[in-house]
Design a protein around this ligand. Structure first.
Ligand SMILES: C[S@@+](CC[C@H](N)C(=O)[O-])C[C@H]1O[C@@H](n2cnc3c(N)ncnc32)[C@H](O)[C@@H]1O
Length: 360
C-alpha cells in the first residue's frame, strides 16, 4: 500500500482536457449520482449479514464489521422479479448488456468494461482498514471534519470502517464521504446496505433499537437479519443529519466522474482506493481522478494493491511507472509515491487471488 503526492502546485485550476483519456479504455459506464433517498428506497424489506473480521496491527488485534451476504443480494434481485435491473440501471437510456444477476452468477470476478468486481470484497481493502485504524488515535476523532473519497469502493469496507468510527462519536463530526463504483447495482445492493449495517451496529442507532424488541443484537460478530422498516430509514437519516455526516454516491467510469467532480465540491482530505490498479490502460483515468479529487492540504491518498495482477497487466510497478510517465508529466498529472505498508503473503477467506491469478 502506498501514499502518493502529485508534483504540481495546485492553484485550483483544472487544466485537464476530457479528450486526454486514452481512447483504448473500454469503459463506457455513464456517470450517475444516486441520492440518499433513492438508495433508501432501493433497500429490500430485510437484509441478512455475516461478520467480516479484519486483522489490525494495533493492540485491538482485529475489528469486525457486519457485511451484507452476497446470496441475500441475489435473493433480492430474484424476489423483486427484476432479476437483473436495480432501479438506477432501469432509468438508463442504454441499459448495460450484462445484468446485476449476471454479475452475481458470473464465473469470472470481472467482466471488463461492464462489471468491475465490486460485489465482492477484495483482500487489499482489509489491509486499507488496518492502515486507517493505525492512523487513528483512539482518544481523538481523526476522521472528524474530513472530506473523504473512496474510489472503486465495491463493498466499501474501508468507508464502512470509517463510518463505524464516525457513528460512534457523541457529537457532530462534520464529515463528508463520497463513494464511487463503476456499477450502480453494486452501490444499491451491497455498498449502501453495508453502511446501514455500520450504523445499526453503532451507538448511533441506540435510540432506534430501544423502540423495537425484535431488533437483532447490535453485534457485528453474530450473523443476523435486519428488518428494514420506514422507521429504521428515518432513524438512519436523522442520525446522519445529527452527526453532520454527508454521504454522496456516484456510479460510472472514472472518466465520467472526473468530468463531474465539480459537483462533488471541495477537494478531499483523504482519497482511498483498493484493488483498482489491475488494468494498465485504466491507470491514467484513475490517476486523473485522484488528481482532481485530492489536494486539500495536508492530504492523504492511499492506494492498496497487489504487486502484480497476472493476466491483466497492472500492479504496483505499472502504477508507479504511469504516475511518472512522460504523458502524465505533460498532462500535469505526474506524482511520487511512498510505500507505507506491505505484506509478503496471506491466507484469508477473501482471497480471490487464485481466480484472477494475482500475486503479491
Ligand atoms: C476489484 S474491484 C475492488 C473493489 C473494492 N475496492 C475492494 O477492494 O474490495 C475494482 C473496483 O474498481 C472500480 N473500477 C475498476 N475500473 C474502473 C473504471 N474504469 N471506472 C470506474 N470504476 C472502476 C469498480 O467499481 C470496482 O468496484
Amino acid at each position: 500500500m502506498f501514499n502518493f503526492d502529485f508534483e504540481i502546485e495546485d492553484d485550483g485550476v483544472n487544466r485537464l482536457e476530457p479528450e486526454a483519456t486514452p481512447p483504448q479504455i473500454p469503459n463506457t459506464e455513464p456517470f450517475a449520482e444516486l441520492s440518499l433517498s433513492q438508495l433508501l428506497d432501493s433497500l429490500p424489506p430485510l437484509i441478512t449479514y455475516s461478520p467480516l473480521s479484519i486483522p489490525l496491527s494495533s493492540s485491538r488485534k482485529n475489528v469486525t464489521l457486519a457485511r451484507r451476504d452476497l446470496f441475500d443480494a441475489r435473493f433480492q434481485l430474484i424476489s423483486e422479479g427484476e432479476g437483473d435491473e436495480p432501479a438506477a440501471e432501469k432509468q438508463r437510456e442504454t441499459p448495460t448488456p450484462v445484468s446485476a444477476l449476471g454479475f452475481l452468477d458470473a464465473p469470472s470476478d470481472l467482466v471488463p468494461g461492464i462489471y468491475e468486481g465490486g460485489l465482492k470484497t477484495w483482500e487489499c481493502s482489509l489491509d486499507l482498514v488496518g492502515y486507517l485504524d493505525g492512523l487513528r488515535d483512539p482518544n481523538s476523532s481523526y476522521f472528524s471534519g474530513k472530506r473523504i473519497l473512496e474510489v472503486g469502493c465495491g463493498t466499501g469496507i474501508p468507508s464502512v470502517y470509517l463510518l463505524s468510527c464516525l457513528f460512534s462519536e457523541n457529537s457532530t463530526v462534520n464529515a463528508h464521504l463520497v463513494l464511487q463504483d463503476y456499477n450502480a447495482s453494486v452501490l444499491e445492493l451491497i455498498t449502501f446496505p453495508n453502511i446501514i449495517l455500520a450504523w445499526y451496529m453503532s451507538p448511533a442507532s441506540t435510540e432506534y433499537r430501544a423502540t423495537d424488541a425484535e431488533c437483532p443484537p447490535a453485534d457485528p460478530t453474530i450473523p443476523g437479519e435486519l428488518t428494514i422498516t420506514p422507521s429504521l430509514k428515518s432513524a438512519f437519516t436523522a442520525s446522519v443529519t445529527r452527526l453532520g455526516i454527508s454521504l454522496a454516491f456516484f456510479s460510472g467510469s472514472w472518466e465520467s466522474l472526473a468530468t463531474h467532480l465539480g459537483s462533488v465540491g471541495a477537494k478531499h482530505d483523504i482519497a482511498l482506493t483498493s484493488e483498482t490498479i489491475y488494468r494498465t490502460e485504466a491507470l491514467p483515468a484513475l490517476i486523473q481522478l485522484l488528481r482532481q479529487a485530492y489536494t486539500a492540504t495536508p492530504s492523504l491518498c492511499l492506494v492498496a494493491a497487489k504487486v502484480l495482477y497476472f493476466g491483466v497487466g497492472g500492479g504496483v510497478s505499472e502504477f508507479l511507472r504511469t504516475l511518472q510517465s512522460k504523458t502524465m508529466v505533460e498532462r500535469g498529472l505526474s506524482g511520487t509515491a511512498e510505500t507505507v505498508w506491505g505484506a509478503e503473503s496471506r491466507s484469508r477467506p477473501e482471497n480471490h487471488a487464485d481466480r484472477l491469478g494475482l500475486k503479491r
